[in-house]
Design a binder for this molecule. Sequence first.
Ligand SMILES: NC(=O)C1=CN([C@@H]2O[C@H](COP(=O)(O)OP(=O)(O)OC[C@H]3O[C@@H](n4cnc5c(N)ncnc54)[C@H](OP(=O)(O)O)[C@@H]3O)[C@@H](O)[C@H]2O)[C@@H](O)CC1
Ligand SMILES: Nc1ncnc2c1ncn2[C@@H]1O[C@H](COP(=O)(O)OP(=O)(O)O)[C@@H](O)[C@H]1O
Length: 317
Amino acid sequence: MALLHPNSSRILCYEAAHQSDTMDMTPPRELKSLELITRLKRAPSEHKGSAGKVLLVGGAPGMAGALMLSGKAALHLGAGWTILEMLDPTSAHALPEQAELMVRLASFNARVQLETTAPDVIAIGPGLGFSALAKDWLIASLCFPKVPLVIDADALNLIADNPEFLDLLKQRNTAFPGMTVLTPHPGEAAHLLNITAAAIQANRTAALSDLVKLTNSIVVLKGQHTLVASPLHPVEQCSQGNPGMAIGGMGDVLTGTIAALAAQGIRHNLDLWESSCIGIQLHATAADSLVAQQIGPIGLTPSELILEMRNLLNKLL
Ligand SMILES: NC(=O)C1=CN([C@@H]2O[C@H](COP(=O)(O)OP(=O)(O)OC[C@H]3O[C@@H](n4cnc5c(N)ncnc54)[C@H](OP(=O)(O)O)[C@@H]3O)[C@@H](O)[C@H]2O)[C@@H](O)CC1
Ligand SMILES: Nc1ncnc2c1ncn2[C@@H]1O[C@H](COP(=O)(O)OP(=O)(O)O)[C@@H](O)[C@H]1O
């Protein structure tokens, strides 16, 4: 396939390198993770500490909604506390639309703030932007030890543009394997691999494998039939989902969902791989369920999807 790109020689190499992979490729295994949801069943004595503390970073001016959607997803999917480190001062100072969310104005003390807050899970990227403050929070998140980290949206673009951030990511994965998940859509995946989104879509399995090799992380390649893999897990494919999900904010919701599941997973025996797999499938299955009720595909909103995920999760406990 001829793909126009300023870096076209690199694309030809990429395609040639994957020709044999394409021929030998066995189809990915089907993702079947919803049965793991029973592990989230709560004992009568549980308290909010057992459900975990999620800290979400993003929401620069003009994109506060992205962080709010991640926060609403984390809240409705069961996180014990959901804290938003919002980069937009106006939104951070407004009364939160959802009073349960703890909204803080992000400032240049990311490392200290993380140490003081001691989150169980960090998620960074929705509406983060590319400012110096965004970079400060990304560095602090990458360097914060031991806790599961979800990296999405602009945080992925910052890693693509700054080799020193990719090095930090790799160092993190060496020190704490399996503790970081990346959730690129094809545009972000293309940026990370320095190829076009069309090249990603032409061979999604090979692109995912390259992303895992590049980053040593769990990687979720979003889009129709989302794929997931990690250095320890072969590719699995989600067969649920529909084009009603093609609306801004759907990915932000997935980020908050994975973060909430991982936070509960710490005391409920789910690792970040399992939490990511549940999150992907719950997200897509909820969208199919809404379409079956004629709430979509046209006009299906990320906020409605959050509530449907909550219904499904509680049904499957
Ligand atoms: N309410 C808010 O505040 C919201 C704020 N948001 C925040 O805005 C920031 C920018 O994020 P964004 O997603 O709008 O733009 P961006 O990352 O440049 O990617 C777009 C390009 O990627 C590609 N592409 C994507 N999917 C593809 C697919 N399945 N299959 C193929 N290609 C695909 C596609 O490229 P094309 O095909 O057009 O070449 C498309 O043009 C980010 O921080 C986010 O969190 C949003 O979440 C919305 C709600
Ligand atoms: N046609 C489709 N079929 C299935 N899932 C889709 C489709 N289009 C989008 N999605 C899903 O919707 C979400 C969109 O995420 P993303 O592009 O990051 O949105 P945003 O950045 O606006 O929040 C992903 O989970 C993706 O898999």
